[in-house]
Design a protein around this ligand. Structure first.
Ligand SMILES: C[S@@+](CC[C@H](N)C(=O)[O-])C[C@H]1O[C@@H](n2cnc3c(N)ncnc32)[C@H](O)[C@@H]1O
Length: 466
């Protein structure tokens, strides 16, 4: 059995959230038939499905309804609802995420998935990375619901057929990590469930979770945590990031740095998340979503990829975290996240980066500050194709860091993994003199066929339900 040192995982982001690959879209379409074979439903249960999905969706939002059982996976009705609606939407989001991460797992690599449910993370890896399908990967899936994991295993075999992937399903607490470290530790959409609050508190105990995760990682392991793009979930993720840094685990993506997160989602601050369209989602899923009153034109996600040890410093790199919005004088702006804090990238619209894209702009010696958000204003002058550096290899003048303590270790260069970008930012809402009259910062004009609320901004309407 190869050790984790033999099985490196690389998570440096190439381009976040590329379009769903055509083959993955076809497989997701096929998932409908696989589900029907794995979990055939009587006519009356089929009729009830949209209602069950709707009830579970309300129960799973952050504002949990009173009387909701945390053991929803133990209910056949809710397990069916989860498999039919939540699983495929989570697969869609994670497939877009995994497609954009430079994620590699060598033959013999071990993956531990916490709160695995119906094996959503392994299934998304299989969908997103066809190159991994022929490798001998070994998954340890932890969940208190063995029924959900078994259903996921049947779905995996229905999709993948004969596969060299091996699954060890462990029924029990998600935080009881195996003694053997894994090459990749993942936790998707589980933070509010697997980290019970300390006595007398309401919030999940993320400091304890960070400690548990840190003990389960080898120096070569990678950690990936994904959460819905709601403010509360992103706030939890930001807290976990902070706690992980204190345990020597550094962010790899989407953050470009290990300094304080400028989008912690606390108070009036924006929260770090990315919205993207639902192009390529299966027709059967769109139809069920509509019947449940949960039509999705866009979806959102917050995530953190991290690794033990220091990370490559990229002090002048900026990760775009909003869609473009109009500024005064025919110009546009995009909010970005950098080591020194929130940044407002300004310039001609076609020159601005897309959400999730990282670039190294030419920093002025003393950038002006956006009056409302306090973001450093940086003009983007180069054409994207010509002047934009995507690796941070040659930094410009180092921007002055905002006052405030650094968290975690001082980062140093790490050759094999040029980190292209880190935390997504989003400023405080509200107009500023820089912004065109009437336009709110970060409030972008529509982009693409089905846009949604901007990263780091409060959604225009109610937050997306799980
Ligand atoms: C929202 S689901 C997410 C499942 C899967 N990761 C996904 O992305 O679809 C949360 C999962 O965590 C499991 N879970 C919740 N609390 C747990 C605990 N304390 N120990 C083990 N599993 C737990 C639930 O059974 C459920 O399968």
């Amino acid at each position: 059995m190869p050790t984790s040192a033999d099985s490196p995982v690389h998570l440096g982001p190439a381009r976040l959230f590329p379009a769903l690959p055509a083959e993955a879209a076809a497989q997701l379409e096929r998932l409908g038939a696989v589900l029907a074979a794995v979990r055939p439903l009587k006519a009356k249960h089929l009729r009830d499905l949209p209602q069950a999905v709707s009830e579970l969706s309300h129960a799973l939002t952050d504002e949990r309804g009173s009387g909701f059982s945390p053991d929803y996976m133990a209910s056949p009705r809710f397990l069916t609802a989860y498999l039919s609606y939540f699983l495929p939407w989570n697969l869609y989001r994670l497939t877009r995420l995994f497609s954009g991460l430079a994620l590699d797992l060598a033959d013999g690599a071990r993956i531990t998935d916490l709160g695995s449910g119906p094996l959503t993370v392994p299934l998304a890896l299989w969908l997103a990375r066809p190159g991994l399908r022929g490798r001998a990967l070994s998954f340890t899936c932890l969940d208190k619901s063995v029924g959900a994991m078994k259903a996921g295993l049947a779905i995996f075999h229905g999709l993948a057929g004969e596969s060299p992937w091996r699954f060890h399903l462990v029924s029990g607490p998600a935080t009881r990590l195996p003694r053997e470290t894994a090459d990749l530790v993942s936790a998707a959409f589980v933070l509010n469930e697997i980290a019970p609050p300390r006595r007398g508190r309401q919030a999940p105990d993320l400091e304890r979770l960070a400690e548990q995760l840190a003990r389960g990682l080898s120096p070569h392991s990678r950690l990936l945590v994904a959460e819905p793009g709601t403010r509360l979930a992103a706030r939890r993720l930001s807290s976990l990031r902070h706690a992980l840094i204190e345990h020597g685990i550094s962010p790899l993506a989407p953050c470009t740095h290990a300094a304080n997160c400028p989008l912690p989602g606390t108070g009036q601050s924006g929260w770090c998340h990315f919205n993207f369209d639902t192009m390529g989602a299966p027709n059967w899923l769109a139809s069920l979503s509509a019947k449940a009153g949960l039509t999705k034109r866009n979806i959102s996600l917050s995530f953190l990829a991290a690794a033990p040890g220091p990370v490559a410093g990229a002090p002048t790199m900026v990760r775009a975290v909003s869609e473009p919005f109009p500024l005064a004088g025919e110009r546009y702006g995009v909010y970005g996240c950098a080591e020194s804090g929130l940044v407002l990238l300004a310039g001609a619209r076609e020159r601005l980066p897309r959400p999730g894209e990282a670039l190294t702009p030419a920093w002025p010696e003393a950038p002006q500050r956006d009056a409302k958000s306090g973001a450093a204003v940086i003009e983007v002058k180069e054409e994207p194709a010509k002047g934009r550096r995507m690796t941070g290899a040659k930094p410009g003048p180092r921007p002055a860091a905002k006052a405030g303590p650094r968290v975690g270790p001082r980062v140093g260069p790490k050759k094999e993994e040029p980190v292209k970008g880190r935390e997504a930012a989003g400023p405080k809402p509200g107009p500023t003199p820089e912004h065109k009259a009437g336009a709110k910062p970060g409030r972008a004009p529509r982009q693409g066929p089905r846009p949604g609320p901007k990263p780091g901004r409060k959604p225009a309407r109610k937050p997306e339900k799980k």
